[in-house]
Design a protein around this ligand. Sequence first.
Ligand SMILES: NC(=O)C1=CN([C@@H]2O[C@H](COP(=O)(O)OP(=O)(O)OC[C@H]3O[C@@H](n4cnc5c(N)ncnc54)[C@H](OP(=O)(O)O)[C@@H]3O)[C@@H](O)[C@H]2O)C=CC1
Ligand SMILES: O=C(O)CCC(=O)C(=O)O
Ligand SMILES: [Mg+2]
Length: 413
Amino acid sequence: MSTAESITIDKNGKLSVPGHVIIPFIEGDGIGPDIWRATQPVLDAAVEYAYKGDRKIEWKEINAGEKGYQKTGQWLPEQSLEAIRQHVVAIKGPLTTPVGKGMRSLNVTIRQVLDLYACVRPVKYVPGVPSPMKHPENINMVVFRENTEDLYAGVEFQAGSPEAEKLISFLKDEMNATIAAGAGIGIKPMSAKNTKRLMASAIVYARDNGYPSVTLMHKGNIMKYTEGAFATWGYEAAREQFGDITVTEDEVYEKYNGTAPEGKIVIKDRIADMLFQQVLLRPEEFGVIATPNLNGDYISDALAAQVGGLGMAPGANIGDQCAVFEATHGTAPKYAGRNKVNPSSLILSGAMMLDHMGWTEAADRIRSCLAETVKNGKVTYDLARQIKGSCKLCCSEFGEAIVENICSYPEKC
Ligand SMILES: NC(=O)C1=CN([C@@H]2O[C@H](COP(=O)(O)OP(=O)(O)OC[C@H]3O[C@@H](n4cnc5c(N)ncnc54)[C@H](OP(=O)(O)O)[C@@H]3O)[C@@H](O)[C@H]2O)C=CC1
Ligand SMILES: O=C(O)CCC(=O)C(=O)O
Ligand SMILES: [Mg+2]
């Protein structure tokens, strides 16, 4: 009989992780099964290497997406959500969302239903990975994307629908707003409460991981009462909850001659379009980036390009009660089932998950052995097409190469 147990979480958010732990996983659609098959052995090998059998993961498959529908008739079965709540930590592959029609995103629904309000996406250079940047070694940013509201809240009405027409009439008659007849409508709700908790988690992350700044990324000049308010509420959260460890960029210039006092995190803001060029020209000026949902979606894929592309981009969705780890990218349908793509995105998401559980020795081993594999010129197609003379591996072979490094002598990685 299995001795595996669930992770538990106390009222302060502290995890209690048993040595033999059950972790639910969703394989995902498209390339999901390929990258999961390459990832799981890497996580198991790193845990075995680091803890010599004292710690072990028992994987529990839960269904969602196409597999969920085939098995249960539901795209996102309630029992899958319940398993994540019960086990506190889970990992998932990407799930397909149809464009312009059909069901709403299952990925977004998971985040909203479980209130996983911070989407955390580190963008860190792995030596040896091809990059379009002159100094990729200077790139060390982490996107904190608000995950529960903004245009992703799902309040949308199709052009010509009775709901859209009713809303257009209401806005015209009661609010004096002109909207073209027959327009589709999307609503962009953003609140102080949800902004402030996102900002608090971004500052705590910066404090705990030694980042010198948190930048609020917004389009507040145009959308004053949503994106502009996001910036205002972000500064308020910093002042009200972290006044002892933060200083604003204005204060740095007005009071401290342009040099932030030792140990203080600088809170600054940048308008979104302009930020896209500054992160390319001077990435070293940015650490944690806190941003609303839509901006966060855009900037996280754009930043991934600086460190090798989406195949290298991990992520996590974190709330007060549970966390779900997943790659930044989607299902890449043209590569589905071809055992071709780069599983590093999910492998590195798995390393983030192990960090979250406090199993940092295993997480560090994964990161160093992945870097060693790339350094040896063993890469998947996405990196191979940018590195002359590299050895192109398929998805599973790349995972196996990392496992081989993990199991080799310690000095190798
Ligand atoms: N969290 C989630 O589950 C997400 C789901 N989606 C969904 O995924 C579907 C497809 O979305 P799409 O916009 O095409 O974006 P995708 O992220 O799925 O992929 C687009 C391209 O990115 C590159 N890429 C992605 N993943 C990898 C990888 N692991 N290794 C190497 N290259 C990779 C490939 O580039 P190339 O063609 O250059 O080789 C691929 O064709 C949609 O239904 C979308 O809604 C999207 C994002 C997140
Ligand atoms: O849910 C989806 O289909 C897309 C989500 C997405 O692009 C993201 O989470 O970055
Ligand atoms: Mg995205």
